[in-house]
Design a protein around this ligand. Structure first.
Ligand SMILES: [Zn+2]
Length: 336
């Protein structure tokens, strides 16, 4: 029997655009400045272990300067009820070029990933768009996505997978189908869905008062098996002429000094999930943000290398493979 187990690793590459509503550049400067060296190290480590990464990148980061960014701005910008969530007013205060402002532009990094040639550059929307927020519309989302596609195309990059910012997508919620259709109609063939467990399917806007309980549960889940192993038979999600769901299995949480005494449980839990996926021809999908590795960098990389080493063992023993989101999607398409 052909082994069909896969490891997928997607990284939400966003710099300040992923956190601008909750943090100032100053308050997160250390982590943000580390993103470039972290990505260089990630590429080296992944290549050493034959791991393929998917960099789900915010469209703004493809710009080298403000002039270029402005050329690609969508006509319809999101009209969030909570205007603090719109990044557009921030454009007036950012500097003009990547060299002056490494927090808001990253064309050189996108180039570095592209030139490496082994990994995928996917989208994290153009403006770190929030699909679940009140006030925005599906038309605005489509314009946003089109801007992301256009700016990527200017660098000869075709975007074929998406990670929704803050994982704001709920495939069980019919209201969100139009968003997925918009993606598919614009050439996006897969998305990173949420874990099945209930604690990953509530979001701040609707359940604000209970938010911290779910957050605590999610943190616990990184170390202890609360939500299960979350491996998936990708076949089950495949539907002809539809965007493919490649749900997340686990967030690789950053090293925590406070919880360092249980740190080994985190990688142990991930390794167990990978092994189950390898043995049962399923997918294990890990995700994190490069800026999470910005502090305690060596400790975070040590954890990641343990995961990569485990992948190599599973690859030898079970034929477990590493794929990008689009690589795996294409395999599914060619099978049908
Ligand atoms: Zn994000």
């Amino acid at each position: 029997m052909i082994n069909d187990g896969h490891l997928v690793i997607s990284l939400d590459f966003e710099l300040h655009w992923g956190v601008f509503d909750v943090r100032t550049v100053k308050s997160y400067e250390v982590n943000l400045l580390q993103v470039r060296p972290v990505i260089t190290r990630l590429l080296e480590l992944a290549d050493a272990y034959d791991i393929k990464l998917t960099f789900s990148t915010v469209g703004f980061l493809f710009a080298e300067n403000k002039e270029e960014l402005k050329k690609y701005l969508p006509k319809n910008k999101p009209t969030y009820k909570n205007q603090k969530l719109s990044p557009y007013p921030l454009l007036d205060s950012i500097a003009d070029t990547e060299s002056e402002d490494p927090f808001h532009y990253a064309k050189s990094v996108v180039d570095q990933i592209k030139n490496n040639g082994k990994h995928e550059i996917g989208t994290h929307t153009f403006s770190h768009y929030y699909c679940h927020e009140l006030g925005q519309t599906v038309e605005q989302f489509e314009d946003d996505l089109k801007s992301a596609i256009a700016i990527a195309k200017s660098m000869d990059i075709s975007l074929e997978s998406i990670v929704f910012p803050r994982n704001m997508i709920n495939t069980d919620d019919l209201c969100d189908e139009p968003y997925l259709n918009v993606c598919y109609n614009n050439g996006i063939k897969s998305f990173r869905g949420k874990k099945k467990a209930y604690m990953y399917n509530v979001h701040a806007t609707k359940f604000y008062h209970n938010w911290y309980i779910f957050k605590l549960l999610r943190i616990t889940d990184a170390y202890f098996n609360v939500s299960g192993l979350n491996t998936y038979k990708v076949e089950k999600f495949y539907q002809k002429n539809k965007i493919l769901n490649l749900p997340a299995s686990i967030l690789l949480r950053k090293h925590s000094s406070l919880l360092s005494f249980i740190e080994p449980l985190k990688t142990k839990r991930i390794k167990r999930g990978m092994k189950y996926a390898a043995r049962h021809n399923e997918m294990f999908h890990i995700w994190f943000h490069p800026h999470n590795f910005g502090t305690h960098t060596d400790k975070n990389f040590k954890n990641l290398e343990m995961i990569f080493k485990h992948y190599k063992e599973l690859n030898k023993k079970y034929g477990f493979k590493s794929e990008t989101m689009t690589g795996l999607t294409n395999k599914m398409i060619s099978k049908h």
